[in-house]
Design a protein around this ligand. Structure first.
Ligand SMILES: Nc1ncnc2c1ncn2[C@@H]1O[C@H](COP(=O)(O)OP(=O)(O)OP(=O)(O)O)[C@@H](O)[C@H]1O
Ligand SMILES: [Mg+2]
Length: 512
């Protein structure tokens, strides 16, 4: 058997599946595509997470597009974090290109241009289904992690949540959260102290400053109602294809805190609402995070720990996370070690640091008699990648330099009018894009403070009236005793100025 035939057998045997799978392309040997040597990923192991890495312009985003399309076709819904804004083309068929035909002829797969069911979502004021969540839904633990507060401050946040629970004060947006923090050391100080102990102004001040940081990154747009129900990410269209939900995040690059807040809240929400998955052999939802270094670079230690543990746990809910980034070293070791699918596009060896990264990356792939991994890593062309997946038994598939198939949808973005049309037909836009500001902690506390102030004034007036009465009766009894000398206090109490000022206060209070 020739080396080429052996290789073909090695690849085809290693990529045979009993259940459903998707095809990424055909394997390459010595830089040439071997026709029909398909590289497949079983749906069954797609909840085991993955990585798409490679230097700029090598084809990472197109690989993401290919994966999303093929999952959708198999009825698996997809969620994409579109940081560069280059994924909306999924909603339109590819116009085709001679280079695509050439690519598919080499792979041995027909090329069929297709559009996919797409929903566009947004975290900001851009067009799209508005994604929001309330502070209550976050809960004290997650909020503390996101704000990156000290243990003492986290304790205060727990107390605040407890108070709001006990007093039925809905914590919806940042305005509510700030108000209750101010209340705890202001008007409500005694009430808090009695029920939960003293809260220091220094601590609430520090928490408030952290909230303002989030606010400055546009957090007030994200926190509030109507909160997004993650089940809406699981829709299937009338042809049985999974919806591709694209979150437009083009304006998020300079707002890393908001981005990681959102990511974490989404993962936590998915984790808490999705049921444990039985052995269905297919994932419930696949999530792709393009430019993933953005969440990892800016995340605090606490947040990183949270992400790491959610990555571990969410698998059992049938949710797969795929990180797309230039350098695999952008992803923390603890996350990296949990990834089942690796699609590594070309790396460039410009600097000593690059060469070190290539060496490290090569070590993460299984040894093979067909490739020198480090060599292949630097010689892959555009739209080619080293692929290592998990087979249905959970063991690595043969390492394959792969000529990736082309996206069936457009490799470019939607025009403004195409996007408008898409949104005008969206049911989710109708469901989520109405602004609601129902009565919550902010309004309720303001009301409470006003009431307390009015009561205080009333009480003061009552006391003063009492004092006046006492003075009056004393004055009278004084006369009966025929005292010639007036007590100095009584003198003050009956003086014209005093009475006038008391009446002044009384009339003011009555007017209120
Ligand atoms: N699978 C593919 N089929 C056909 N063409 C491809 C494929 N992958 C990449 N290309 C070509 O390469 C170009 C760059 O690909 P892509 O945008 O995916 O790179 P990238 O790695 O995401 O780059 P960046 O780091 O800048 O985001 C595409 O515009 C397309 O022309
Ligand atoms: Mg890209």
């Amino acid at each position: 058997m020739s080396r080429q035939d052996e290789f073909f057998k090695h690849i085809t045997e290693g990529n045979t599946n009993k259940g459903e799978y998707i095809t990424l392309g055909s394997a390459m040997l010595d830089g040439k595509t071997v026709k029909n040597a398909y590289v497949n990923v079983p749906l069954k192991t797609m909840n085991r997470h993955g990585l798409i890495a490679g230097a700029t312009g090598t084809g990472k985003t197109k690989t993401l597009q290919v994966l999303a399309e093929n999952l959708s076709e198999k009825g698996v819904p997809v969620l994409l974090m579109d940081i560069k804004g280059d994924l909306s083309g999924l909603a339109q068929p590819s116009p085709g290109h001679p280079k695509i035909d050439e690519r598919h002829a080499a792979i041995g797969l027909p090329f069929e241009p297709k559009a996919f069911p797409v929903e566009v979502l947004t975290l900001s004021e851009q067009d799209g289904v508005r994604l929001r969540a309330t502070i209550s839904e976050f809960g004290p633990v997650l909020i503390s992690r996101i704000l990156d507060v000290t243990e003492t401050q986290a304790g205060i946040i727990s107390v605040i949540f407890k108070y709001c629970d006990d007093n039925k004060l809905p914590l919806l947006d940042l305005k509510d959260f700030k108000k209750i923090l101010q209340y705890a050391t202001g008007e409500g100080k005694e009430e808090f102290q009695e029920a939960y102990g003293r809260i220091s102004t220094a601590s609430t001040g520090a928490i408030l400053r952290k909230i303002i940081e989030i606010e400055q990154q546009g957090g007030e747009l994200f926190f509030g109602e109507k909160s997004f129900e993650v089940d809406d990410l699981l829709r299937i269209d009338e042809n049985g294809r999974g919806y591709i939900n694209i979150i437009r995040l083009t304006d998020i690059q300079d707002k890393p805190k908001l981005f990681s807040t959102f990511m974490l809240s989404l993962l936590a929400e998915i984790y808490s609402t999705f049921p444990e998955q039985g052995d269905t052999g297919r994932p419930e939802l696949i999530m792709f995070i393009d430019e993933a270094h953005l969440i990892f670079n800016e995340a605090s230690k606490a947040l990183l720990n949270q992400i790491e543990s959610i990555v571990k746990l969410i698998r059992s809910k049938g949710v797969g996370l795929y990180f797309v980034t230039q350098n695999p070293t952008d992803v923390p070791e603890a996350v990296l070690s949990q990834l089942g699918l690796k699609v590594q596009h070309a790396l460039r060896a410009f600097t000593a640091k690059d060469r070190k990264a290539i060496k490290l990356t090569a070590q993460n792939y299984p040894d093979t008699e067909y490739y020198d991994t480090a060599d292949v890593l630097t010689s892959l062309g555009t739209g080619e990648a080293l692929v290592s997946a998990l087979n249905e038994k959970g063991r690595p598939t043969p390492l394959a330099a792969t000529m990736m198939r082309a996206p069936m949808s457009r490799m470019d973005i939607l025009t403004d009018s195409e996007l408008k049309n898409l949104l005008s037909e969206s049911n989710l836009v109708k469901k989520y894009n109405e602004e609601i500001d129902r009565e919550s902690a902010y309004e309720m506390l303001n009301e409470k403070i006003e009431q307390a102030e009015a009561e205080e004034a009333k009480e003061k007036a009552r006391q003063e009236k009492e004092a006046l009465k006492k003075a009056e009766s004393k004055r009278k009894s004084g006369t009966t005793r025929k005292s010639t000398r007036m007590n100095p206090i009584v003198k003050v109490l009956t003086s014209a100025t005093f009475i006038r000022s008391v009446f002044g206060i009384l009339t003011k209070v009555m007017k209120k």
